[in-house]
Design a protein around this ligand. Structure first.
Ligand SMILES: Cc1cc2nc3c(=O)[nH]c(=O)nc-3n(C[C@H](O)[C@H](O)[C@H](O)COP(=O)(O)OP(=O)(O)OC[C@H]3O[C@@H](n4cnc5c(N)ncnc54)[C@H](O)[C@@H]3O)c2cc1C
Length: 284
């Protein structure tokens, strides 16, 4: 049976992490399932674990300058019901799992799990979120796309904890969010799509598109997005087929137990078309 720690303070948590490398368990809704044992017995973790859900210092969300700060231990249910959270992130969280799980699960758990199908992760890519990582000796922050390096892989070091997610405040002209799963509730995504469009004087001032579960990490292309800046309706209409083709080249899904690569690709391209229609509407 693996050793487990239950720190009483954040200071104690970073010390335990530094000294033992114990794996943090926040809500446990990913970890407990992955390492589950036969019914009625405790999960069988292959390494020491540290339960961090009781740490008050890691909970809460607030506005700071031009950012929303969500502390790492804040439960999904709190995020879902907070009026200072971007409506698209609230909607994505609302569609995750089921209410009982959202009372336990955290946004940081969704990020650190690093699944390309993490629903909140797709929205956080589009919002340009950054993560904050803290050890007993340093603190660093980085864009979410630098933190996640592959399926189940991140740059989190053995002595670090994620302490916060920082999201720039965003006021787009229109937004687009779709999750495609087997059913409406309690289903992991087959794929997801988040889009934001900002139009100023009938031209695109900002455009963002993030695609979940169609590659090893969430797909977002700063290069393609920036090509659209400044376009008016006619220009965008002419460029649209080429843009669609270039996004299609970046969409490289796989077959797995939830869906086929073919379905994922076709449906993602349909959602991109829907998002492009929204852009045209905003430009006209
Ligand atoms: C029935 C069911 C349905 C689900 N439905 C969805 C869904 O619809 N969409 C979806 O995206 N996910 C879904 N999930 C997955 C899961 O609920 C989410 O990913 C959730 O956000 C995980 O958060 P957690 O706090 O429970 O993570 P945990 O299981 O506690 O941890 C997950 C990973 O994050 C690490 N971690 C957690 N906190 C920190 C920290 N502060 N610092 C460093 N590392 C940390 C852990 O070490 C672990 O590697 C579902 C799970 C279940 C069981």
């Amino acid at each position: 049976m693996a050793v487990s720690y239950v720190p009483a303070t954040f200071e104690e948590a970073v010390r335990i992490r530094r000294e033992t490398g114990a794996v943090p368990v926040a809500g446990g809704t990913d970890l407990m399932v992955r390492y589950r044992s036969p019914a009625g017995t405790l999960p069988d973790f292959p390494w020491p674990v540290m339960f961090i859900s009781g740490l008050k210092e890691m909970k809460g969300l607030f506005l700071e300058g031009v950012e929303l700060v969500i502390k790492a231990g804040t439960e999904l249910a709190v995020i879902e019901h907070s009026e200072i959270v971007h409506p698209v992130l609230r909607e994505a969280v609302r569609q995750m799992a089921a209410p009982a799980l959202r009372n336990l699960g955290t946004l940081s758990g969704n990020i650190c799990n690093a699944s390309p199908a993490g629903d909140a992760v797709c929205v956080l890519y589009a919002l340009g979120a950054e993560v904050e990582l803290t050890s007993s000796s340093r603190m660093r922050r980085m864009p979410i796309e630098h933190f996640i390096t592959g399926p189940g892989r991140t740059v989190l070091k053995g002595d670090e904890l994620m302490t916060a997610v920082r999201i720039p405040l965003h006021s787009e002209s229109a937004s687009f969010y779709r999750k495609v799963g087997t059913r409406k509730a309690n289903a992991l995504s087959k794929l997801s799509c988040t889009g934001f469009i900002t139009v100023t004087e009938n031209r695109i001032a900002d455009m963002r598109l993030a695609l979940g579960a169609v590659g090893p990490v969430v797909v977002r292309s700063a290069e393609l997005e920036s090509q659209c800046i400044g376009m008016d309706l006619n220009h965008f209409r002419n460029y649209k087929p080429d843009l669609r083709k270039q996004f299609a080249e970046r969409v490289k899904p796989i077959d797995d137990q939830r869906s086929t690569a073919e379905y994922r690709k076709e449906t993602t391209l349909n959602l991109i078309d829907e998002f492009f229609m929204l852009i045209e509407k905003e430009l006209s």
